[in-house]
Design a protein around this ligand. Structure first.
Ligand code: C5P
Length: 395
């Protein structure tokens, strides 16, 4: 994607991953973007001003008072099309979440009206800390986009969620964010993956959904410029770039996360939500008692997220789209489901073959106007077509 003429203000804060900012700048410039770096005091511990200036071909700003003398923090704040925080330290995210302005980076962040994309990098314990998670939730609710962090080995002798996303992934997120596509300014909520319903602290009931179709839809919507909140059950497919991901386990958590993400212009419910959950999950692991009969699991009905949101009294998205996985009478069942659930469209697929976890899908789009049979195609292509249709309908 060409980023010709797009202006990116890149805040480099304190993390051992700061060296990756140099590669990110190289990639951005290769795609035609103009990059102006701001270096925080912490960032300067890991990468030099000279290296950033050399790679960006721009002057590097690192001092609030010097910037005042040169161009002023307000002019700096007005310059970019997008502000990128890479790496974004726990401290920088905390300052932005709470409106602190005690150095150049935080002051510019408070003054800018440009969209902000953050690529966090920190120790896994710092990322997992409730304070950081609360700050991330606050920022995401205000429209700050996130890319990563990723799971993997860290500089310290430990491993976990906290690694800076790789520069190509950050670049893709930037491109998605800058794309003035037909869904620019729209918010779409997407659910994806399975849910896990606890039997006890270590066991659960789940299903074979891979999340591939839902994640592809989230990526395709973001590529058309939408702000996307993806509420996902446990999956191994990577987070789509440029999408805010909320990870949940159970159906009840998924419903809460979807309600939390509203208002939205459209909602796509591609998750394979468990219909039932164990009625009561004991706090302790259920023991196998010698000679005793196996325990029985009583099931309770889970909330229907699609039907709940389609019937939302105040915040029903304009377009509510459900999925139907059927093994027989696919279209007939989907039509009935559309009416029963109160949604606008149903994307119906025949899962009698290898669709679950597979790379391809053959779907029927069921709307009030009728049924369209789409040929068998890769899940990414199904996602692109669906995103295009959503864009046409919302415009
Ligand atoms: O009723 P069924 O599970 O076949 O409906 C499938 C559609 O409903 C999918 O869009 C799925 O994401 C959604 N669904 C839901 N909450 C449930 C069950 C299904 O949102 N508890």
């Amino acid at each position: 994607m060409s980023l010709a003429g797009r202006k990116v203000l890149l805040v480099v804060s304190g993390s051992v991953a700061a060296y990756k900012a140099l590669e990110l700048i190289r990639l951005l410039r290769k795609d035609g973007a103009e990059v102006m770096p701001i270096l925080t005091a912490g960032g300067a511990r890991f990468v030099t001003k000279e290296a950033l200036a050399g790679i960006s071909g721009s002057r590097v700003h690192d001092d609030l008072w010097a910037a005042e003398a040169e161009i002023g923090h307000i002019r700096l704040a007005r310059w970019p099309d997008l502000v990128v925080l890479a790496p974004a330290s726990a401290n920088l995210l905390a300052k932005l979440a709470h409106g602190l302005a005690d150095d150049l980076a935080s002051t510019v962040l408070l003054a800018t009206r440009a969209p902000v994309l953050a690529a966090p990098a920190m120790n896994p314990a710092m990322w997992a800390h409730p304070a950081t998670q609360a700050n991330v939730a606050t920022l995401a609710a205000r429209g700050v986009g996130f890319v990563g962090p990723e799971e993997g080995p860290m500089a310290e002798p430990e491993s976990g969620l906290g690694r800076l996303a790789e520069p190509p992934a950050i670049l893709a997120a930037i491109a998605a964010r800058l794309a003035a596509g037909p869904l620019a300014g729209r918010h779409v909520v997407v659910t994806s993956g399975p849910t896990q319903e606890a039997i006890d602290p270590v066991r659960y009931i789940a299903n074979r959904s891979s999340g591939r179709q839902g994640h592809a839809i989230a990526a395709a919507l973001a590529a058309l410029g939408a702000r996307v909140t993806l509420v996902s059950g446990p999956v191994v497919v990577p987070d789509p770039p440029g999408v805010t991901v909320r990870r949940i386990e159970s159906a009840r958590d998924m419903l809460a996360a979807v309600e939390d993400a509203l208002p939205a212009d459209a909602a796509v419910f591609a998750a394979a939500v468990a219909d039932f959950r164990p009625d009561a999950a004991p706090r302790q692991k259920i023991k196998k008692e010698p000679g005793a009969p196996p325990p029985e699991i009583r099931l309770a009905l889970n909330p229907d997220i699609l039907a709940t949101i389609a019937a939302h009294p105040t915040q029903r998205p304009r377009l509510v789209i459900g999925f139907a996985a059927e093994t027989e009478k696919v279209v007939e069942h989907a039509q009935a489901k559309r009416l029963r659930k109160g949604c606008d469209w149903i994307v119906a697929n025949d899962v009698s073959g290898d669709v679950m976890g597979g790379a391809e899908n053959a779907v029927h789009l069921v709307t009030a106007a009728g049924v369209e049979d789409w040929p068998r195609m890769p899940k990414e292509e199904v996602a692109r077509r669906l995103a295009q249709r959503i864009a046409e309908t919302l415009s």
